[in-house]
Design a protein around this ligand. Structure first.
Ligand code: ZN
Length: 313
C-alpha cells in the first residue's frame, strides 16, 4: 500500500491573472519540489477525471452548475465572484479538482493505495452550494464526502480543515449533520467572517488569534481535536489542507512553521491508523501563497502520508 497523488495539467492552466495569489506557480512549485526531493518516486500518480453532474449535484444547486458553465469564457477573464475569476481553462480545472476526490475515494476503497493527496487547483472549501467564493468553484472535499457515503456506504466521516481561513463552504454543507464531524482551525477575526461560531454539536472550531503560533495548535490538538476524533470514531478522514497559516505566507499571520505541519499531519495519521478510519485519509490542497513555504510544507505533509501508508519508508 502506498500514497495516491492525484493531479492534472489543467490545474496549471487555470490562471486568474498575474497579480492573483492563487496562481499556477503554487502547484508548479509543489510538483518541482516533489520531483527534486525524490518524494515523487514514492507516490502512486493518477490523473484527475472530471467530476460529473451526479457528483456535483450532491453538494451544489442545479442552477449554480448552469451558471458556472454559462459564465466560462472562450477568451480572457470574467469575474465569477469578487476575488475569483474564470479563464478559458478554469471550468475544466474546477471539474478536475472536484474529480480528484472521486479518483482518490475509488483508489482507497478499491485498495489501490492507502491514503491520497489531491494536488489540484482551484481549491474548494469556500465554495457554497450556490456560490463561488474565495478562489473556489466547487467544494471538492464535500463532493468526495458525499460520494463516499452514497457510493460506498461509508457514513461516519471527519473533515479536518487547517487552512488559515475558516471553511465556510464546509460549514454550510455539513452544519447539523451528525455523521460528519467538522473540525476547523482558522485565524480569527479574519476572512471569510462567517460561520466562525460552532452552533451545532458536529462542529468543532478553534479560532486562533493572529501571531499565536504553533504552540497553540499543539494545545488545541491535544485538548480538543484528538478527544473529539476518538469520540466520533470516523470511518474515513478528509483534510482541507491549507498551508497559508505558515509564517512566510503573505495573506495571514498565524506564524506556523513547516515543522508544525509535519507534526500535525503525523498526529492526524496516527489517529487515523489507530481509530476506525484504518488509515484511510484523503488530503486536498486548499490555500498557501508563498510558493517556497508551500513547497516545504506540502513536502513535509506528503512525507508523513507516505510513511503512514507505507511503513517501510
Ligand atoms: Zn486559506
Amino acid at each position: 500500500m502506498t500514497t495516491g497523488f492525484i493531479h492534472h495539467p489543467a490545474s496549471l492552466l487555470h490562471d486568474m491573472g498575474d497579480d492573483h495569489p492563487e496562481s499556477p506557480a503554487r502547484l508548479q512549485a509543489i510538483l518541482d519540489r516533489l520531483k527534486s526531493s525524490g518524494v515523487w518516486q514514492k507516490l502512486d500518480v493518477y490523473l484527475a477525471p472530471m467530476a460529473e453532474d451526479r457528483h456535483l449535484l450532491t453538494v451544489h444547486l442545479p442552477r449554480y452548475l448552469e451558471q458556472v458553465r454559462r459564465l466560462a469564457p472562450k477568451h480572457g477573464l470574467v469575474h465569477a465572484g469578487p476575488d475569483t475569476l474564470m479563464g478559458p481553462h478554469s471550468l475544466e480545472a474546477a471539474l478536475r479538482s472536484a474529480g480528484s476526490g472521486i479518483q482518490a475515494v475509488d483508489g482507497i476503497m478499491t485498495h489501490l493505495y492507502q491514503n491520497a493527496f489531491c494536488a489540484t487547483r482551484p481549491p474548494g472549501h469556500h465554495a457554497e452550494p450556490g456560490t463561488t467564493m474565495g478562489f473556489c468553484f466547487f467544494h471538492n472535499v464535500a463532493v468526495a464526502a458525499r460520494y463516499l457515503q452514497r457510493e460506498y456506504g461509508v457514513r461516519r466521516l471527519a473533515i479536518i480543515d487547517f487552512d488559515v481561513h475558516q471553511g465556510n463552504g464546509t460549514a454550510e454543507v455539513f452544519r447539523g449533520d451528525p455523521d460528519v464531524l467538522f473540525i476547523s482551525s482558522f485565524q480569527h477575526p479574519f476572512y471569510p467572517h462567517s460561520h466562525w461560531q460552532a452552533d451545532r454539536s458536529n462542529l468543532l472550531y478553534s479560532p486562533l488569534p493572529a501571531y499565536s503560533g504553533g504552540e497553540l495548535l499543539r494545545q488545541i490538538w491535544t485538548d480538543d481535536w484528538q478527544p473529539a476524533l476518538r469520540e466520533h470514531s470516523p470511518e474515513f478522514i478528509l483534510l482541507s489542507a491549507g498551508f497559508d497559516a505558515h509564517r512566510e505566507d503573505p495573506l495571514a499571520e498565524l506564524e506556523w512553521t513547516t515543522d508544525d505541519y509535519r507534526w500535525l499531519t503525523r498526529e492526524i495519521m496516527t489517529e487515523a491508523q489507530t481509530g476506525g478510519a484504518r488509515g484511510r485519509v484523503i488530503s486536498f490542497l486548499e490555500g498557501g501563497y508563498n510558493t517556497h513555504a508551500l513547497a516545504d510544507s506540502v513536502q513535509a505533509h506528503i512525507e508523513e502520508l507516505v510513511v503512514a501508508g507505507h511503513p517501510e519508508y
